[in-house]
Design a protein around this ligand. Structure first.
Ligand SMILES: [Zn+2]
Length: 249
């Protein structure tokens, strides 16, 4: 199938579906300047292993090292801006063409683009909480303390170590994941945008949807099950799909 035919088909599937959900991963945010962990040659994971650096064990054993290693990257996530693919999905939701977004990303870019129903299954970087008393703070509080020289950043109330509200390696799955698993039941169309579908349990979700569209730069293990696979950038494809639907952002 030619690229143009794929775009027409995706647009038609979206129009015909009564329950469409998007599943997004790092690939949707690369055009916002956030590198994809798994892209060969550019991936962050080749330089550092987050299973070690962004893990519960790392936070417990060496909280200062945990923040020295991770906070710069997280601050970059928080300073990034949504791109056309994020805005396109927000636009589809506003026009009742998309029920919601399940995202593996912690960069808040869907929320900032205006999407209202977002299941952030790996958490987000808008807030943090105290590992001792569980008090919750804006993420900026954690950053402020770090910049002022407090490493690790400690809870102003009880001096417990603060941690971001992201799912770390060795953490249990988030409440958002269970909500997403329920929301996806009865899904007619799942739009996978920028996910290589390698991280479980999220990578198992496509099996629930009746039809599958995969927009990702590289192949995935679900490609054979998909009605349409487009190996192009999320921004380009989503812009073209929206144009095909006659929608403008
Ligand atoms: Zn506390």
């Amino acid at each position: 199938m030619q690229y143009g035919e794929k775009i027409s088909l995706i647009a038609r599937l979206i129009k015909e579906s009564t329950k469409t959900i998007a599943l997004t991963g790092a690939g949707i945010s690369t055009e916002s300047g956030i590198p994809d962990y798994r892209s060969p040659g550019t991936g962050l994971w080749e330089k550092q292993d987050p299973a070690k650096t962004a893990s519960l064990t790392a936070l417990r054993r060496d909280p200062a090292g945990f923040y020295s290693t991770n906070l710069k990257r997280w601050t970059e996530f928080n300073n990034a801006k949504p791109n056309i693919a994020h805005y396109a999905l927000a636009h589809l939701e506003k026009n009742n063409l998309l029920l919601g977004i399940i995202t593996q990303n912690i960069d808040s870019l869907h929320v900032r683009a205006g999407s209202t129903r977002v299941w952030e299954v790996h958490g987000h970087l808008r807030t943090c909480h105290c590992t001792e008393c569980k008090e919750r703070y804006p993420f900026e509080e954690l950053t402020r303390l770090f910049i002022e020289g407090e490493n690790p950043p400690l809870c102003p109330l009880c001096s417990g170590v603060l941690r971001p509200d992201v799912v770390l390696f060795e953490d249990k799955m988030s409440e958002a994941f269970y909500q997403a698993s329920q929301a996806i039941s009865g899904c007619q169309l799942l739009l996978v945008v920028g996910s290589s579908l390698t991280v479980y349990p999220v990578a198992g979700l496509p099996g629930v949807a009746r039809q599958l569209v995969i927009i990702n730069q590289t192949q995935t293990q679900w490609d054979e099950e998909a009605t349409v696979v487009v190996n192009e950038s999320a921004g380009k494809v989503m812009r073209d799909v929206l144009a095909e639907l006659g929608e403008q952002i």
